[in-house]
Ligand binder design. Structure first.
Ligand code: NAP
Length: 340
């Protein structure tokens, strides 16, 4: 038996290219779990804007993926073989950084057991109950620090992190303005997620429309660049900006500088970046809270699903062109096999 994995083939200068990744087919016999390890069959993989950063050879919060290495990716899977002394049993649902592969040998501590609460589906652990939802949760809690009546803006609002940030903003009692890249996304945000207004940043009247909405108290920024620079001109005194991501700049050799940052001084405003990995000890409580909200229907997630591991490199650029609404995931295997 063989399995497929996708490795980094070359580092792109700008946009991800067809030659950036290559597929390898390898004997499954090569993958033998040792003591305290498991063999995982990967069922789902998450596609994330951060992947553009992982393949850049620069200092960051994680080391760069090396040429020839399996592309880093978070996923869900099922334990199909357990090595001696493993804490896991065959058939256990697990999550971890399995990478773009159909099978992976993982140390027990890197294959986290998932217990799916009632009213929640396993796939939610790659979305609201995974790094996307948790990023929205902690960025809002610690940096945006919303009070009822605050006006908050979320960019990249129809994406995975943004759509959770919008809903949590409403739950905190804020007026939420969303920014997204199409009329359909804006309609979804207003009608399905209940934001107060949604602005299409590709509309010719975007800047005028946004200005008419008045000054804001918090900004959850997923996109950086020109939109961040524009929002900087619309701050109330004491505004908080959570720098979650800057997807508009990830393919650029050099990110665009900001022109309007002096308002941070005049408005005594705060701008702060954060990385979700710093919050791992607090994940269980946040997962429990958001799991309850999924189960009672008050927190909604949407998935954009592509099928087959080999679609991962084809689908990844979608994040940079706005092809997805909600969480972009790859379905890797149809039926987790618990016997090899
Ligand atoms: N700090 C952390 O720990 C952390 C953790 C997870 C994610 N993040 C960041 O959170 C952000 C959102 O990630 P996600 O996984 O939820 O992705 P996502 O929002 O589901 O997908 C990316 C979206 O970004 C928008 N976009 C792409 N290029 C754009 C541009 N030039 N200008 C404006 N919008 C653009 C597109 O929607 P439109 O159609 O609206 O353009 C696209 O659908 C990313 O910046 C990511 O790096 C940070």
């Amino acid at each position: 038996m063989h399995y497929k994995r996708i490795v980094l083939n070359s580092r792109p200068e700008g946009d991800i290219e067809p030659t950036t990744f290559r597929t390898e087919t390898l004997p499954l016999n090569n993958l033998k779990p040792g003591a305290g390890e498991v063999l995982v069959q990967v069922t789902w993989l998450s596609l994330d804007p951060a992947m553009r950063g992982y393949i850049r050879d620069v200092r960051s919060y994680l080391p760069p993926v090396q040429i020839g290495e399996t592309m880093r990716a978070q996923g869900l899977g099922v334990v199909v073989q357990a090595g001696s002394k493993s804490v896991h049993s065959v058939g256990q649902l697990v999550s971890g950084a399995f990478g773009w592969t159909e099978f992976a040998v993982m140390k027990d501590r890197h294959a986290e057991k998932i217990t799916v609460p009632k009213g929640v589906q396993p796939l939610d652990f790659l979305n609201i109950l995974g790094s996307s939802g948790l990023t929205a949760y902690f960025g809002l809690r610690d940096i945006c620090q919303l009070k009822p009546g605050d006006k908050m803006v979320v960019s990249g609002a129809a994406g995975s992190v943004g759509s959770v940030a919008c809903q949590l903003g409403k739950r905190a009692g804020a007026t939420v303005y969303a920014i997204a890249g199409s009329q359909e996304k804006c309609e979804w945000l207003v009608k399905e997620l209940g934001v107060d207004k949604a602005f299409n940043y590709k509309s010719p009247t975007f800047r005028k429309d946004f200005k008419e909405a008045g000054y804001i108290d918090a900004y959850f920024d997923n996109v950086g660049g020109d939109i961040l620079d524009m929002v900087l001109t619309r701050l109330n005194k004491g505004a908080r900006i959570a720098l979650c991501g800057a997807i508009s700049q990830y393919n650029a050799t050099k990110p665009k500088g900001l022109q309007n940052y002096l308002t941070l001084i005049s408005q005594r405003a705060k701008i702060q970046g954060f990385i979700i990995l710093d919050y791992t000890t607090e994940f269980p409580a946040a997962i429990e809270e958001m799991g309850r909200a999924i189960a009672d229907g008050s927190l909604k997630g949407k998935f954009h699903i592509v099928h087959g591991l080999e679609q991962a490199p084809v689908a990844l650029p979608m994040l940079f062109t706005g092809g997805n609404t909600g969480k972009l995931v790859v379905k890797v295997s149809e039926e987790p096999r618990t016997k090899l």
